[in-house]
Design a protein around this ligand. Structure first.
Ligand SMILES: C[S@@+](CC[C@H](N)C(=O)[O-])C[C@H]1O[C@@H](n2cnc3c(N)ncnc32)[C@H](O)[C@@H]1O
Length: 217
């Protein structure tokens, strides 16, 4: 497993291709594709060589829907301080920067993400700050929190729902993109938009995921 930032970058460059996610074609990202080994390895095989599941190597449906919404409604982020929580590849953060945010911080606890976001931000000609701390529960110094595809795991969702509600109550705009994941909270959400997002059959067992952008509160 790579240990330094440059080795993370080398690993990403060797195992991905530059791809435009189908629902956000104006952004290019270093993503897994069938030509590379990463695509064909199971989570168990990756764990054996010390790699966490490469969430950063896919543009998840929730992220694609949320990025599309931000690009098509730039007033949500224009001139604002934005956090893209659980950024993965950095897709939503890059969309916010392209839409005119005053500053964007991408957060993710996966050590590969900082390198992925740095490479992907450079490809798209935007500047993104990165924070690798687990920030759940913190009062963020920002105007808008964006989170693409985060309600796929019960324990994670149970930590996120009260935090997102708390940030929204404190006056922050909190938007999530969600393709019907099992642990999306049911209460206190306002539907802003819905998209039919093309996804990878090998990951989602379907070719299109109906994806909703929700606002907390
Ligand atoms: C399904 S991926 C979504 C990535 C991206 N937002 C998208 O839509 O393409 C979920 C991400 O949540 C991140 N994550 C998990 N727990 C986290 C935590 N406590 N703080 C920040 N990120 C976390 C994972 O590392 C992963 O990158």
């Amino acid at each position: 497993m790579p240990r330094s930032a440059s080795r993370f970058k080398d690993f990403i460059l060797a195992n991905t291709a530059l791809i435009a996610p189908p629902h956000v074609p104006e952004i290019s990202l270093h993503l897994a594709d069938e030509a590379h080994d990463l695509w064909h390895r199971t989570e168990e095989e990756l764990a054996e060589i010390g790699l966490p599941p490469p969430f950063w190597a896919f543009a998840w449906a929730g992220g694609q829907g949320l990025a599309r919404h931000v690009l098509d409604n730039p007033q949500i982020v224009r001139g604002k301080r934005v956090v893209d929580f659980a950024t993965g590849s950095g897709l939503v953060a890059i969309a916010a920067a392209k839409a005119g945010a005053a500053g964007v911080t991408a957060c993710d606890i996966d050590p590969f993400c900082e390198a992925a976001v740095s490479l992907n931000a450079a490809v798209n000609g935007v500047a993104i700050a990165f924070n690798s701390d687990d920030r759940i529960g913190e009062n963020l110094d920002a105007d808008v929190l964006l989170a693409g595809d985060v309600f796929y795991d019960r324990a994670f969702a149970e930590r996120l729902a009260p935090w997102f509600a708390q940030l929204s109550d404190a006056g922050m705009t909190v938007l999530v993109g969600d393709p019907g994941r099992s642990y999306l909270p049911r209460a206190n959400l306002t539907r802003l938009a819905e998209y039919q997002v093309p996804v990878t059959r090998a990951l989602e067992d379907t070719e299109i995921k109906r994806t909703t952008v929700w606002q907390f509160g």
